[in-house]
Design a protein around this ligand. Sequence first.
Ligand code: ADP
Ligand code: 5GP
Length: 201
Amino acid sequence: MTRGLLIVVSGASGTGKGTVCKRILDETPELAYSVSATTREPRAGEVDGREYYFMTRDEFTARIAEGMFLEFAEVYGNFYGTPLNKITERINRGEDILLEIDVQGALNVKRKLPEAVTIFLLPPSLDELKRRIEGRGTETADSLQRRLANAVAEIQIGREYGYVVVNDSVERAVAKIKAIIAAERCRTERNLDKFSLEGAV
Ligand code: ADP
Ligand code: 5GP
């Protein structure tokens, strides 16, 4: 059985990771989403077990000690972590899995699982990034400044990733990420061994 792909989409806050990943998942039913755990409060409409597994800091700390996470990170004051058990199971079953996680988390995944397909989503410019965060209307002035300062540092880490995709339009970014997934599925090592040469003359 060929193992599934672990696809990691990451990038600075406000770039459009959530928007782009939601579209890819809607359009690619065979791609599974890895639901993360978090200590942040649920937002309106979020359901436990669908967007996130919501837990207290104590619960999260206990899960870290149990070795439950493939990676975890503190992102703007809350903890987020990728549960390891489901990922291993699903990849071994041949399923492709999408993770949408922050930059620290993506680097940790790559360290632990170098075969992960890492995609850095880049905003068209810092000005546009600022407009997107402002337009989302979720941040205070302070928090906006913090995110922009972090974005500069995070974008420099972009070169550690396997791929960079500019999120200029959602359609184009989605098409490029789908193309990357299709190309990764065609990698030689994933396919040639499955081809039977039995009966060849
Ligand atoms: P992230 O998950 O990276 O923090 P979001 O998906 O929440 O980012 O997107 C931030 C804001 O930018 C949202 O208001 C979203 O609608 C908008 N956005 C996302 N992608 C684009 C795009 N290609 N062009 C214009 N606006 C976008
Ligand atoms: P939000 O609170 O807006 O849903 O997410 C905040 C940030 O946390 C986003 O950058 C998102 O990608 C990141 N994030 C979500 N889940 C995980 C995770 O499991 N691990 C890490 N490292 N980051 C995550």
